[in-house]
Design a protein around this ligand. Structure first.
Ligand code: GLN
Length: 246
């Protein structure tokens, strides 16, 4: 089996180890004999995003989000078609914000989003930011997962119809929402850096499975060869213990 990934704005959007998501994705595919190709995309690069099984966009500072927004908006139709054709999309923090209606930066500048979804992001009052380790409980197509990560965002994301999970420690979409991220079956957006994948092998495997589905509609999550996640699970347990949620 093959997995074709496009890592969008790899040179601009890469905060708190987001790059680690691609490293772990590659490793977990290779260990299973899944042939993975990770292409990168920078501002101005010609790419047909419909050709990919997975699009990945990491987080970034306000300045970086502003830097790439025109290029991202120019790809709107191509991204829409890719999603329509079954491409899975993984978005972290700043990338997650840009798929919604808009993002109001810390300097009160409005950045128009791709407007694929109804959620929108304002900024924390008086420059306040949601910072720290976070743990959430999520249900991914029936699979119950406790995930951990690190968040650092001024953005307060509201009007999320289908959150990724319920916050058990930390903030998530905003200071007071109690929910984290967005998941609609084909797009997963989250504030969790850390990076997300090394700390949460269940989520990596879920994303691999959902992405493989584009060309292998019958594939099941259980079809993925089981890997030894002892260390990853120990690390997660240590964090949950530190957060006093276990
Ligand atoms: N600049 C955005 C914010 O502060 C996103 C930050 C991030 O990706 N960590 O909300």
């Amino acid at each position: 089996m093959e997995l074709n990934v496009c890592w969008m704005y790899h040179d601009i959007m890469d905060l708190y180890g987001d790059k680690g998501n691609m490293m772990v994705l590659q490793k977990r595919c290779e260990e299973r004999g899944i042939s993975i190709t990770i292409d990168t995309l920078s501002i101005g690069d010609q790419r047909d995003l419909r050709a990919y099984d997975l699009l990945f966009l990491g987080g970034g500072a306000d300045k970086e989000q502003m830097m790439l927004i025109d290029d991202l908006l120019s790809r709107r139709e191509n991204i829409r078609e890719a999603m329509e054709q079954g491409t899975f999309v993984l978005l972290i923090c700043g990338g997650y914000q840009l798929f919604g209606q808009y993002y109001i930066s810390a300097d009160n500048e409005k950045i128009e989003g791709l407007k694929f979804f109804d959620y929108y992001t304002t900024t924390g009052s008086n420059g306040t930011r949601c910072i720290g380790n976070i743990a959430i409980r999520c249900n991914l197509d029936g699979h119950e997962i406790t995930a951990v990560g690190f968040e650092n965002h001024g953005g307060q994301t509201c009007n999320v119809a289908t959150p990724l999970g319920k916050v058990i420690s930390g903030y998530g979409n905003s200071f007071d929402s109690g929910y984290e991220g967005f998941y609609n079956g084909s797009v997963l957006g989250t504030y969790m850096h850390g990076p997300l994948f090394p700390k949460n092998p269940e989520i990596v495997d879920f994303v691999i499975y959902k992405s493989l589905k584009k060309n292998h509609p019958d594939v099941q999550l259980e079809d993925l060869i089981q890997l030894d996640d002892t260390l990853e699970q120990k690390a997660k347990e240590a964090m949950l213990k530190r957060l006093q949620v276990q």
